[in-house]
Design a protein around this ligand. Structure first.
Ligand code: G3I
Ligand code: 9MR
Ligand code: ZN
Length: 548
């Protein structure tokens, strides 16, 4: 079918703007809401690529800058509507932040703020410490991870980190208001974004044992059926501590200390104490303690191959927050170890640099961000800056290989491919803002966002409620059973995944191009789930766009 793909939300007047056609055309027109032609342009042929598998044609319209709402037409093709404005992403930004509020566990929702998406108190019982004969523990609170009701320490730490690094690099994020209950602190009301991250930080502190180590997760033994959270009444288990969770908590608490100390000294001290206690445990327990699910348990495993990147992140974050040289020494040691690990990974054909990774597993890139914030002229910081730039250049080169100017390669279309993209956009954002301002970086960020918001072979915006053809059926338990027509807005889908790892995903032809391995169906957890750490990197990237 003839399709014209573009960003269905919109563009700044001065943004680079492009639509992608999957059919041959010579000319295109932009039509306003009254059906009048307001701009004419020429289409150029790009050709095929190995991510979309389509023979693409490109319609560039950067020269068209007039504010308004439009569609693009070429031959019989008509695009979705889009806007040009000086605040094209204001609603998107509110929506993606408010998602964390709706994902709150326990009794933290308020009808006044949650509206029709209110749910009753959930997961209020104490959790059994798995495999131990000790008293059950109160670990209520935090955010549900995703479409399931698990709460996982590493996933939570990384999501909070994306947001708090966003706050550190782009303080404009502190001004975003998204209608959640006010939280008072020593020096006044907390900015909304910090009120929301505090919910998860408070929970993560409960996940820490007296000795400093951190339980990997709290979940029921198996995933709940499709019920509202308050109807998921199975026993909760705290599964064993891991060094990966402990390191991530040491890191995120240090980062949080640096943010919250400007608002509340007592709370900041609590964060610092938690960070130091976790770090002390790590030093006393130098061997990796990885995590695997208990026999028969199927909730999220979040298993990692090593804990080096986590320990590197912790050392760098503690150095940034507390300034003692010993942490820098540790970071340098861990960097050496991780370089050796990375060499092995490269032998297996992995491209990209582990020191730019910021997912739920590989977190060394977050350590690099702490070094950039510290901004000292030392060897390790200079090296990380160079490595970010090299990675950003690699991404720009990738973007040149397809008509979408998308920085992804075929291998990136795995479970949560939209996060692979968003991690890349974080690297490009940091590189462009902090290290080396470059038009190519800026354009690759815009094109990446365009892809997420509809300029893709599915003609789909991967953010609910944002874009005329936004996905509507996330794998998200409350949405699946709440009888409300639309999911709440601002949820980021996992996105296309060549692995097609669930039953319903098998309906997608297995020989589909990577960009087309997607199906907007509630049952497709490997293609269409949502999670806190797929929303959070978008908050970072959009914060970068606020401060242009
Ligand atoms: O790292 C390998 C890579 O080397 C290889 O080339 C590629 C090809 O398949 O796979 C990569 O591994 C993938 C891994 O994620 C790392 O990204 C696996 O295929 C993939 O199955 C795995 O998916 C994870 C999934 O859980 C299953 O474990 C997702 O990243 C992760 O986001 C997801 O997390 C779930 C939680 O378990 C439960 N809560 C919901 C959440 C989101 O779906
Ligand atoms: O809903 C679960 C989702 O959050 C996870 O990402 C996914 C993989 O762990 O598992 C989903 O739950 C499925 C379970 O693993 C198997 N039975 C079907 C469940 C979804 O309907
Ligand atoms: Zn809950």
């Amino acid at each position: 079918m003839d399709k014209i793909y573009l960003n269905q939300v919109g563009y700044f007047s001065e943004s680079e703007k492009r639509a992608v056609l999957n059919f041959k055309a010579d000319d295109f027109e932009i039509e306003n809401a009254d059906g009048n032609c307001v701009f004419k342009g020429k289409v150029s042929h790009f050709g095929t690529d190995d991510i979309s598998g389509e023979d693409t044609y490109v319609a560039k319209f950067s020269d068209f800058k007039t504010e308004g709402t439009y569609r693009i037409k070429a031959q019989d093709g008509v695009s979705a509507a889009f806007t040009i404005s000086d605040k094209p992403y204001a609603k998107l930004m509110k929506d993606i932040c408010k998602c964390f509020y709706y994902l709150r566990c326990a009794d933290a929702l308020d009808k006044e703020f949650a509206g029709e998406y209110y749910h009753k108190p959930c997961h209020m019982t104490k959790a059994t410490v798995y495999g131990e004969d000790t008293e059950p523990v109160d670990v209520t609170g935090g955010w549900h991870d995703a479409g399931d009701y698990g709460r996982y320490s590493t996933a939570g730490a990384v999501a909070v980190a994306h947001i708090l690094y966003g706050v550190r690099f782009f303080p404009e994020l502190l001004k975003v208001k998204f209608n959640i209950p006010a939280v008072s602190a020593e020096k006044g009301i907390l900015p909304d974004i910090l009120a929301e991250t505090k919910v998860e930080l408070d929970f993560l502190m409960k996940m820490q044992r007296e000795n400093g180590s951190v339980w990997h997760k709290v979940t029921t033994f198996c995933h709940a059926p499709f019920v509202m959270p308050e109807d998921d009444k199975e026993e909760l288990f705290l599964f064993p501590v891991s060094s990966i969770a402990t390191a991530d908590i040491a890191a995120v608490m240090a980062l949080a200390y640096s943010v919250y100390k400007d608002y509340d000294s007592a709370y900041a001290l609590k964060l610092k104490e938690s960070s130091l206690r976790a770090y002390k445990w790590l030093k006393e327990n130098p061997d990796e303690l990885l995590f695997h699910n208990a026999e028969g348990s199927n909730t999220g495993e979040y298993d990692e191959a090593e804990d080096i990147s986590n320990r590197f992140w912790a050392a760098a974050a503690l150095y940034e927050a507390f300034g003692e040289e010993k942490y820098l020494t540790d970071a340098i040691d861990k960097k050496k170890e991780l370089d050796l690990f990375d060499k092995e990974a490269k032998k297996k054909g992995y491209q990209g640099d582990v020191f730019t990774c910021m997912g739920w597993a590989e977190v060394a890139g977050l350590g690099s961000l702490s070094l950039f914030l510290k901004n000292e002229k030392n060897e390790i910081t200079e090296e990380m800056k160079k490595r970010f730039i090299l990675e950003a250049d690699r991404l720009v080169e990738n973007a040149g290989k397809n008509g979408f100017n998308l920085c992804m390669e075929a291998k990136d279309f795995i479970w949560g491919s939209n996060m692979e993209l968003l991690k890349y956009l974080m690297v490009l954002t940091v590189s462009n803002k902090m290290l080396n301002v470059k038009a190519e970086y800026k354009n690759a960020i815009q094109s990446g966002l365009d892809y997420l918001l509809g300029c893709n072979s599915m003609d789909t915006s991967y953010v609910t409620g944002n874009g005329e053809r936004a996905f509507k059926n996330p794998h998200l338990r409350p949405t699946a059973v709440d009888d409300i027509e639309q999911p709440w807005p601002g949820l980021v889908s996992g996105g296309p995944n060549v692995g097609l790892q669930d039953e319903m995903a098998k309906k997608v032809p297995a020989d589909s191009a990577p960009m087309k391995c997607y199906y907007d169906h509630t049952a497709c957890y490997s293609l269409n789930e949502i999670t806190i750490y797929w929303n959070s990197p978008l908050v970072f990237v959009m914060a970068g766009m606020l401060q242009r």
